[in-house]
Design a protein around this ligand. Structure first.
Ligand SMILES: [Zn+2]
Length: 240
């Protein structure tokens, strides 16, 4: 998704005077300086060491390490990495090892490092090589999620609406006695025409693990009064 509110390109990716530009320079059209994570991932690098007023002359100060100024690097699924440079000194809100979601505000645009004004230099790497980051930075395209599996709970089985998908804590079995249940909630796919979630794995009871807004990370089983149906009525698929 977009990395600034209403981003606009001020210097494109590719050849330019002074050498190949590995990133795209962006500013927010509305002047909102918040920098957002383009996708969900894990923070792998944070540098907050340069004053915004420090002027770097690339000729007399060839330490390219400084050029990016204050920065954040994020590792994503699928071999992608996104990098955010020239961040405002002391505006960084994350630390190495943190998990972030798409759209989380991670810092503010600034002019630290080798920059001639406030902007964000945004870079994307795929399997270690720079690729054109423009569409990702503008929110026109998302990283491919081909390795991610989803699980779909259908609204009906044999034309009967399903109302008894129940969710369970990860450390507890679907049931513990004939008429007792560890369930902490219910999903009602018949109400929604089916529900899809990212598949996070399976429990030892062979039930699918998902993460929901209301219940957090849980597993799901189709529970009847006295039994748990482990028959995989749910469908597992990958996005094309
Ligand atoms: Zn740049």
């Amino acid at each position: 998704m977009e990395v600034l509110e209403q981003p606009k390109v001020t210097s494109p990716y590719g050849d330019r005077t002074g050498g190949f530009h590995r990133g795209v320079d962006l500013i927010s059209k509305v002047g909102n300086r918040n920098v957002m994570a383009t996708a969900k991932g894990k923070i792998i690098k944070v540098i907050n060491a340069y004053q915004d007023s420090e002027i770097i002359n690339p000729t007399t100060d060839p330490s390219t390490q400084k050029w990016g100024g204050n920065r954040i690097w994020i590792e994503h699924e699928g071999g992608y990495q996104s990098r955010y440079h020239h961040l405002k000194y002391n505006s960084i809100r994350v630390k190495e090892g943190d998990a972030v979601e798409a759209g989380d505000v991670i810092a503010e645009e600034g002019e630290s490092g080798y920059a001639t004004g406030v902007h964000l230099d945004f870079e994307v790497l795929k399997n270690g090589a720079y690729i054109d980051p423009t569409a990702y930075g503008l929110g026109e395209k998302n990283f491919e999620e081909k390795n991610v599996q989803y699980v779909n709970f259908p609204p009906t089985v044999n034309n009967e609406p399903i109302t008894s998908w129940r969710v369970y804590p990860l450390n507890q079995s679907p049931r513990y006695g004939k008429n007792f249940d560890h369930a902490i909630g219910k999903l009602n796919p018949s109400k929604f025409g089916g529900i899809s979630y990212e598949l996070k794995g399976y429990t030892k009871w062979n039930t699918p693990i998902i993460e929901t807004r209301d219940f957090g990370k849980v597993h799901v089983a189709l529970a009847n009064l006295a039994t748990v149906t482990n028959t995989p009525i749910y469908e597992v698929y990958q996005k094309a």
